[in-house]
Design a protein around this ligand. Structure first.
Ligand code: ZN
Length: 225
């Protein structure tokens, strides 16, 4: 019941903040079946949207037939890089058996996180919900760490250090959210990113305009010589 109440409250928090969007460049190294990956993205986006932040997924997987052109655009403050790792790859970067993923927190706007697909499969076994929903919950958890720029966990909600059976049941029905306090901070931090992105784009545009003005002059001088 408490989680349901948190969900309703954070939906109210989300109202008016839905214009905030961050872009997630997703690289799937675990070859997750499309049906599960699609479900996972949908679930993760729903959890973040509930907190007031919209996710735009960009497909940058190395084995993807048609990677998005946006994958080649230099990343800015609103861009996150999230990798789905196989069990073998996860073992190389994390020796503990119960981690679900990790976020690298560096700089003002941390951007790199990994999630472990095999943990979604493990948690699904004999419990509640399908691996797609659980993978979506893991994605939302690590994206939450990136946006909040901290490793801190909470006693309730999607940012708990570990999920129990009841939490997995809530994930299966799409009702394990960020807490209202976390949602408010997510919105605040996402807004900082959007503003920084706008400043960066304004600077780049001005630089291009300056370069454009100088170019004819340069050419003119060469012609005169
Ligand atoms: Zn965590």
């Amino acid at each position: 019941m408490r989680s349901v109440m948190i969900g309703i409250f954070s939906w109210v928090v989300a109202a008016g903040a839905a214009e905030l969007e961050v872009q997630v460049r997703l690289q799937d190294y675990a070859n997750v079946p499309a049906v599960w990956l699609t479900k996972a993205k949908w679930v993760a986006a729903g959890i973040l949207e509930n907190a007031g932040v919209r996710l735009l997924w960009i497909h940058c997987s190395p084995n993807f037939a048609g990677p998005d052109a946006l994958c080649d655009v230099p990343a800015g403050p609103i861009d996150l890089h999230v990798r789905v790792l196989s069990k073998k790859m996860a073992r190389l970067v994390d020796t503990s058996s119960n981690s679900m993923g990790y976020a690298m927190l560096a700089g003002r706007f941390p951007s790199i996180a990994s999630v472990f697909y095999h943990r979604a499969v493990d948690l699904e076994a004999g419990r509640f919900g399908a691996r797609g929903e659980i993978l979506g919950g893991i994605l939302a958890h690590e994206i939450g760490h990136l946006l909040l720029a901290e490793h801190r966990h909470s006693r309730t909600g999607i940012l708990q250090a570990e999920w129990g059976d009841e939490d997995l049941r809530m994930i299966a029905v799409g009702r394990l959210w960020f807490t209202p306090v976390q949602a408010a901070r997510l919105v605040s931090r996402a807004r900082e990113r959007v503003r920084a992105q706008q400043s960066l784009e304004k600077f780049q545009k001005q630089s291009l305009l300056r370069a454009g003005r100088e170019l004819p002059g340069e050419l003119g001088r060469k012609r005169l010589n």
